[in-house]
Design a protein around this ligand. Structure first.
Ligand SMILES: Nc1ncnc2c1ncn2[C@@H]1O[C@H](COP(=O)(O)OP(=O)(O)OP(=O)(O)O)[C@@H](O)[C@H]1O
Ligand SMILES: [Mg+2]
Length: 196
């Protein structure tokens, strides 16, 4: 029997709690994970200077993206970071160059200044609380990445890459109609691509 929307939403809530503490333990135990994930990610991406790659500025114990962003920058790839505008809207991505000043958003996330150039990314590195083998993800519950990916996918072809610790994988992330799947997952222990 399939779950009702209310049931799915409460399953997600319980899973968020579990995955938050799991990720905290992983980030303590595996300080080298971000470097490994960056190495794996860079080995898989076909880098072209026409590409815009968006990543995220980590909050809490999210796998950090510093190595990845620095390496992309040295290779001459344009990078972008998200800004949260309206709580009910999609994220917007703005050019981020190494050393650029960031400011705190209303949600406590460091983000580029509104004056930084807006970029439509080709590749998006997406933060995770958890993921499953089908490329479904769980975030904090704002629906920001779901709205953002669905908006971008209507306009262009993008590659959305979930980025996290291998230990964040679970058997199945509860799914709702608005959940946008990822195209690939990169962790500190490997990567896989979903064919759609
Ligand atoms: N495309 C959409 N259209 C309408 N509502 C949406 C859409 N995407 C997300 N939402 C809203 O966002 C809420 C939270 O979504 P969900 O539980 O999937 O969050 P999440 O994927 O874990 O969060 P995030 O993407 O911010 O990391 C949903 O209950 C829904 O109201
Ligand atoms: Mg979702």
């Amino acid at each position: 029997m399939s779950s009702t929307p209310v049931e799915i939403s409460s399953q997600k809530k319980a899973l968020r709690k579990k995955l938050l503490s799991r990720r905290a333990a992983l980030s303590q135990a595996q300080p080298q994970a971000a470097q490994e994930a960056a190495r794996i990610c860079l080995s898989l991406l076909t880098l072209d200077t026409d590409l815009v790659i968006a990543a995220y500025h980590p909050i809490g114990t999210e796998l950090h993206t510093e190595f990845l962003l620095k390496s992309l920058w040295y290779k001459g790839i344009r990078c972008a970071l998200p800004r949260v505008g309206d709580a009910a809207g999609p994220l917007t991505f703005h050019l981020y160059q190494q050393g650029d000043r960031l400011e705190d958003s209303a949600f406590g996330v460091a983000e580029p200044l509104a004056s930084a150039a807006v970029m439509d990314p080709d590749v998006i590195i997406v933060p995770l609380l958890g993921f499953d083998k089908d490329g479904f993800r769980l975030g904090y519950g704002g629906g920001f990445y779901d709205r953002t990916l669905s908006g971008l996918r209507r306009r262009k072809r993008i590659v959305a890459i979930g980025y996290g610790f291998a230990g964040q994988e679970v058997a199945e992330i509860p799914r709702e109609d608005h959940d946008e799947p990822l195209d690939a997952i990169v962790t500190d222990q490997g990567a896989f691509r979903l064919e759609r």
